[in-house]
Design a protein around this ligand. Structure first.
Ligand SMILES: [Zn+2]
Length: 326
């Protein structure tokens, strides 16, 4: 999988920022302890000096001295730690608080320096944010999905749907099913799919969210300019693709074929896709090749969205603030 080259630079910047923040935090904590409990810092400095002497003893081949110094260093370190705990601090309070204990926020772990999982997770999150261009809808989460905009039996139904989306996101793997969110506009399809995206990205996966319009425009550009663009790789190969508003794109023979290719390729390669559409199955059948509809019917779990247009309800509320309290 190729990622946009600019993203790699930003991953290194983020890792470097994480390390600098951890050391800056360690500095602040050290100064704080130095002021109130200077003996703890003294013991730690002694332990560090003993460590340096151990290095010299090792080089000179003096194993007896090395063992003595080692014992002294361990005692010093453990006394410092005990005093830290007696003063009410966590035993690791004077260790740099790295976000990733495996690689100390270097991005590479182990003796062979393999890329760490945290690095992959940063790469996937930055790629998602950059490629999905989600600035205006980034706030969509499960927590701010408002069930109060649904009424009657729809509340119970949407509550269940919300729960199943939460489960889907929390347990997401490449074996997860494809989902079809279907129903009229304004019922929360985009909101719930972005909430899923957010959680799956936070779990370190590569997700691409795009409206069918954006996706097709970009793929048409790539195809007709012969660009070697990573976007196409990611649309076809990311862990989870969310295609919003299928049916609103400008339809040509090329886009219809591309919609089928994406759906079919991802299906064959076992990469889950979530598709949102305002069209009914009959309308989809008219708009696309029969093969697209048969993939959606045969390989997607269909989730109808019900209720009254929430965007409309919110607009009414702005004009009549008490409209929903009746
Ligand atoms: Zn790591």
């Amino acid at each position: 999988m190729r990622y946009p080259s600019d993203i790699y630079r930003r991953v290194e910047e983020e890792l470097s920022f994480r390390r600098q923040s951890a050391f800056a935090m360690l500095d602040r904590r050290t100064r704080q302890i130095q002021e109130s409990f200077p003996e703890i810092i003294k013991l730690r400095n002694q332990a560090a000096a003993l460590g340096a002497s151990m290095g010299k003893a090792l080089l000179s081949g003096d194993e007896v001295l090395y063992d003595e110094l080692n014992q002294e260093m361990v005692e010093c370190g453990s006394r410092a730690c005990n005093e830290l705990v007696s003063a009410g601090f966590h035993p690791d309070y004077l260790a740099p608080p790295f976000m990733c204990a495996k690689c100390s926020d270097k991005g590479y772990a182990g003796a062979e320096g393999h890329p760490c999982e945290c690095r992959k997770a940063i790469l996937n999150r930055l790629a998602y944010e950059w490629l999905s261009n989600i600035s205006n809808v980034v706030e969509c989460s499960f927590d701010n999905f408002e069930l109060s905009y649904y009424d009657g039996d729809n509340i119970t139904y949407m509550e269940k749907l919300l729960l199943s989306c939460k489960r889907y996101a929390a347990n997401f793997t490449l074996q997860s099913p494809n989902l079809l969110f279907i129903g009229p506009p304004g019922l929360g399809k985009t909101h719930l799919s972005l909430a899923i995206a957010r959680e799956v990205v936070n779990n370190g996966r590569l997700v691409l969210y795009a409206s069918a319009v954006q996706l097709m425009e970009r793929l048409v550009d790539i195809s007709f300019s012969n660009l070697q663009d990573e976007y196409k790789d990611i649309a076809y190969g990311c862990d989870l693709l969310i295609m919003d508003d299928l049916g609103t794109e400008f339809q040509t023979r090329f886009t219809k074929a591309e919609v089928y290719n994406i759906i079919n390729t991802r299906q064959i390669e076992g990469r889950p896709t979530i598709i949102n559409t305002n069209l009914s199955l009959q309308e989809l059948e008219k708009a696309y090749d029969q093969r697209v509809v048969s993939r959606l019917v045969g390989h997607y779990v269909s989730n109808p969205f019900v209720g009254k247009d929430i965007r409309y309800q919110k607009r009414v509320e702005k004009i009549q603030p008490n409209a929903r309290k009746e």
